[in-house]
Design a protein around this ligand. Structure first.
Ligand code: UDP
Length: 234
């Protein structure tokens, strides 16, 4: 197994499936199956999910809402998504713990680093909810931060595209994919991998980022077995 402990980042939008809003339960169930395969290999898995399928602070600010208020709403949206994934993972028989950056005692544990690590060591999948707990940040930053805190070997960023391209492949048919790219090259070429705060955290802490297509069943397993999938930033 190439990685012993990973942090999987899923965007909120990934949970929408073909819908334009909310959570597609079938899609979440598919993800749970993929994650189960990985888990059965003995890999320690932590997960951060975004909230963009429900609420985004920046968009709400543009529509006139106070940014900080809106960002807290966005963080709560990530908890809803986390609970949906937790349910799906438990349905396939995996023990999970949801740890949030904002306390919600009735539904989850507060984020405590040592506790998170202990859960992972015991084979539980740990889901980190409510982002970093701070407005003006993103769940990509939460993913980088938590990955560093728990000493993960890599951040796996599951997206709709199968890696990093020279241009947006959905708009430019001549766009070419990178199999591997350095942090410096991503920066110099102005490529969009994660927001700068998240990206810099990974760069400064030598934490590789792997961008891959989460909607292709089996991709996660290939990654675990050391096969090349998506784009590796290191
Ligand atoms: N958010 C925040 N602080 C964080 C993480 C998230 O304020 O540490 C809010 C922010 O408003 C963001 C929303 O939660 O728009 C949803 O997160 P994100 O946009 O990262 O989700 P994704 O794009 O991955 O679905």
């Amino acid at each position: 197994m190439k990685y012993k402990r990973i942090l999987l980042k899923l965007s909120g939008e990934a949970l929408m499936g073909e819908q334009s809003y909310g959570i597609d339960i079938n899609r979440v169930a598919q993800y749970a199956k993929d994650i189960q395969e990985l888990h059965s290999l003995g890999m320690e898995i932590a997960i951060v999910i975004g909230g963009g399928n429900i609420y985004r602070g920046l968009s709400a600010e543009k529509a006139g809402m106070d940014r900080v208020q809106a960002d807290y709403m966005g963080m709560l949206a990530t908890v809803i998504n986390s609970m949906a994934l937790q349910d799906a993972l438990e349905k396939v028989g995996i023990k999970t713990r949801l740890l949030t950056a904002i306390k919600m005692e009735q539904i989850c544990e507060p984020f405590i680093r040592r506790r998170a690590v202990r859960h992972l060591e015991k084979g539980r999948i740990v889901i980190f909810g409510a982002g970093t707990g701070n407005p003006y940040f993103t769940t990509d930053t939460a993913a980088s931060l938590r990955a560093i805190e728990i000493n993960a070997d890599a951040v796996l960023k599951g997206t709709r595209v199968d890696g990093i391209y020279t241009a947006d492949p959905e708009k430019d048919p001549t766009a070419k994919k990178f199999d591997h790219i350095s942090f410096t090259d991503v920066y110099e070429k102005g490529l969009n991998v994660m927001d700068m705060t998240a990206f810099t955290l990974c760069q400064e802490n030598n934490l590789p980022i792997i961008v891959f297509d989460m909607n292709k069943p089996g991709n996660l397993l290939k990654l675990a077995n050391g096969e090349h999938v998506g784009t590796v930033v290191s």
